[in-house]
Design a protein around this ligand. Structure first.
Ligand code: FAD
Length: 318
């Protein structure tokens, strides 16, 4: 079922979805199931599975020359989505990136997803790999998520890259895109970011999931600005409970978001990470309750594969 239909059905009982990461290469899928099992009693309408592109590692050979090695640390997005749909009968949503994909790769990826009965995809640009300063698309790939959305929409209209392929059966993907209440790191302003977000919707995206935020006011202002700009699709808030002291530095740096002073103070006061985890849970419960009370369509938790704190939050909120 499409995410937009899930949201319509959520009227009676507001629901939440969550996002998981494929395990590190070499690990078993059981870790994924162990992360999902404790949350299934809440009947999540869909589960997102992130996509992790290749990294380039340069190693010195015996002759002194550098050898480029391509490494993918977390493969398995498509397989995990298929396994989730099969085991839990819940919609799995694979993330799909511009980075590392040619248009042909994208088309073939989408064909696989269609055959597997996947109803939604989350279309993203992806970040620059560690060896790049700026994001660089594949030679025949997409530079922005909006272009990827256009390709998915074309396929939804039965249009393949090779226009000699005739009498096609159109795919039928619901398309999600990312939104940034505190603006994307590279965007010169929030207005400019919202301008390009609107383009993604005009090209066929049907819902938005936000980057994590820790101050609900940022989300409410963002929604207001999006609505004023003419964006009418659902804007699903993304939430992450802080769990370690290290995340005080890591989260603002990696995701380009601010932590409110009062949250920082509470975390600094904690003697150990057990205390931080409790503060993170309480903060996320308060955020969740306010978002629901003020009409958020559905909540989306960044579980990062650890469901125990999400379970505590869900038990308090739903
Ligand atoms: P875009 O929408 O392409 O925007 C990127 C930047 O370019 C923005 O600053 C935007 O304002 C600007 N821009 C957009 N279009 C244009 C244009 N036509 N001309 C000029 N500027 C433009 N990363 C992963 O690697 N794997 C994942 O699974 C993953 N999941 C995510 C899920 C969510 C909900 C979110 C919020 C992020 C996720 N990311 C993931 C991170 C994401 O890939 C990065 O934030 C990336 O840097 C931007 O992706 P985007 O789709 O928002 O890009």
């Amino acid at each position: 079922m499409k995410v937009t239909e899930h949201i319509k059905n959520a009227n009676e009982k507001t629901q939440f979805s969550f996002e998981i990461l494929p395990p590190l290469k070499g690990q078993n899928i059981t870790s994924i199931f162990e992360g999902i099992d404790p949350l299934m009693e809440f009947k999540p309408p869909f589960i997102d599975v992130t996509y992790h592109r290749e990294e380039y590692v340069y190693k010195e050979r015996e002759d002194g020359l550098l050898q480029k090695k391509v490494v993918r640390k977390r493969p398995g997005t498509v397989g995990i989505c298929a396994a989730i749909q099969n085991k839990y009968n819940v919609d799995a949503i694979p993330h799909i990136l511009c980075g590392g994909f040619t248009k042909e790769d994208t088309e073939n990826f989408l064909i696989d997803l269609g055959f597997l009965g996947i109803d939604n995809v989350m279309a993203l640009r992806g970040d620059a790999v560690k060896s790049e300063t700026y994001f660089t698309p594949e030679r025949d790939g997409h530079a922005y998520a909006g272009e990827l959305v256009s390709q998915i929409s074309a396929l939804n209209n039965g249009l393949y890259l090779d226009d000699e392929i005739l009498n096609t059966t159109p795919t039928n993907f619901g398309i999600g895109v990312a939104g940034y209440p505190e603006k994307h790191l590279e965007a010169p302003s929030l207005d400019s970011d919202i301008h390009f977000l609107k383009k993604k919707i005009e090209k066929g995206a049907t819902y938005i999931v936000t980057q994590m935020f820790f101050d609900n006011a940022k989300y409410f202002q963002f929604v207001e600005k999006c609505r004023a700009a003419g964006i009418t699709v659902p804007i699903i808030p993304g939430l992450k409970p802080i769990a370690t002291k290290k995340q005080l530095n890591l989260i603002p740096h990696r995701f380009s978001v601010e932590l409110p002073d009062s949250l920082i103070k509470e975390i600094i006061k904690c003697k150990d990470n057990r205390g931080v985890r409790e503060v993170g849970i309480e903060w996320c419960i308060a955020q969740s309750k306010e978002l629901l009370a003020k009409g958020a369509p559905i909540l989306h938790y960044y579980s990062m594969g650890k469901s125990d704190n999400i379970r505590t939050i869900a038990s308090a909120v739903f």
